[in-house]
Design a binder for this molecule. Sequence first.
Ligand SMILES: Nc1nc2c(ncn2[C@@H]2O[C@H](COP(=O)(O)OP(=O)(O)OP(=O)(O)O)[C@@H](O)[C@H]2O)c(=O)[nH]1
Ligand SMILES: [K+]
Ligand SMILES: [Mg+2]
Length: 364
Amino acid sequence: MGVLEKIADIEREIARTQKNKATEYHLGLLKAKLAKYRVQLLDTGKAAAKGEGFDVMKSGDARVVLIGFPSVGKSTLLNTITKTHSEAGAYEFTTLTCIPGKIEYNGANIQLLDLPGIIEGASQGKGRGRQVVSVAKTADLIMIMLDATKSDSQRELLEAELEAVGIRLNCEKPNVYFKVKNGGGLSFNATCQLSTLTEKMVQSILHDYKIFNADILIREDITVEQFIDVVLGNRRYVRALYCYNKIDSISLEQVDQLARTPNTVVISCELSLNLDYLIETIWKNLRLLRVYTKRRGEFPDFDGGLIIRGGSTIEHVCHAIHRSLVSEFKYALVWGRSTKHNPQRVGLSHLVDNEDVIQVVKRR
Ligand SMILES: Nc1nc2c(ncn2[C@@H]2O[C@H](COP(=O)(O)OP(=O)(O)OP(=O)(O)O)[C@@H](O)[C@H]2O)c(=O)[nH]1
Ligand SMILES: [K+]
Ligand SMILES: [Mg+2]
């Protein structure tokens, strides 16, 4: 009998078994068996050819990726906060590919990706682990979804899997200038006190990587690991939000404690608890800005607006309006948080802020 038939058999048996105290144990065994076969399905790639179903096109203003162990409620969340349907079930590995959904908030379209659950060893390729973590690398925000009823070790295990593929969560790229050259030896400088890293360590690390000529300028107190990250260069620095689901099944005290953890939101998909706050927090973590443009003598359209990344300038805004606008740009008038007085006349390099109103004046 093939894996698919075995799965179908067990699913049938689960369906016809009445749920009660006496059958609880039997059902538990069936679900465990089902999960085992579904992992086999993932490993052998029978569910989909290698990588198939994981190359979802980026769309919208930003991408949020759901990462978590099986059955924490990732698909249920997608079903609850987007119009897309992704199969959810009480057994592990219900989801086998990448399912995209869309959150509309504050005028922005945010892509939300549901993925198979990952297990310990995912980064080494267990289950669909490798594909899942490589999708995580493309995220603007990783949502680490956890089951509030399970032990907190799940959180560290997930972090370790993401670390192992070069994802760095909630930290900035180290402020280091590093450039490999063709000759001239190693030139090492630091603009600050270093508490662990020394010139000698840097030399021996670089020798290990067969780098003998390079300029190194360290601008902040970093660790050895951070320096190795800089040398390897293929690290992704991604923001992460921790989301504990199923708070309907734990005590109020426990909810309260989890909710106080940094970068954390507690929810219940089943009872629709705190979902608005989750979406608001996603928006904040993405650091997107909404700005409004207006023509001379007219009011801005506050229902429209442009969605841009935090840290954007007037030049970025011009590009978002029209490709050729920068070449015709004379100055811009800005009303809002980014200005000292309203309106303020600014140039292309002016940093905009959320809810700014912008009027671009062209050269004639
Ligand atoms: N009590 C409770 N159960 C929930 C909640 N959200 C989801 N569930 C249940 O958790 C189980 C797993 O849900 P899924 O959405 O399939 O979980 P998943 O993380 O997508 O699972 P995989 O795709 O298998 O990795 C289902 O039986 C859901 O009904 C919740 O807020 N509270
Ligand atoms: K599931
Ligand atoms: Mg799922």
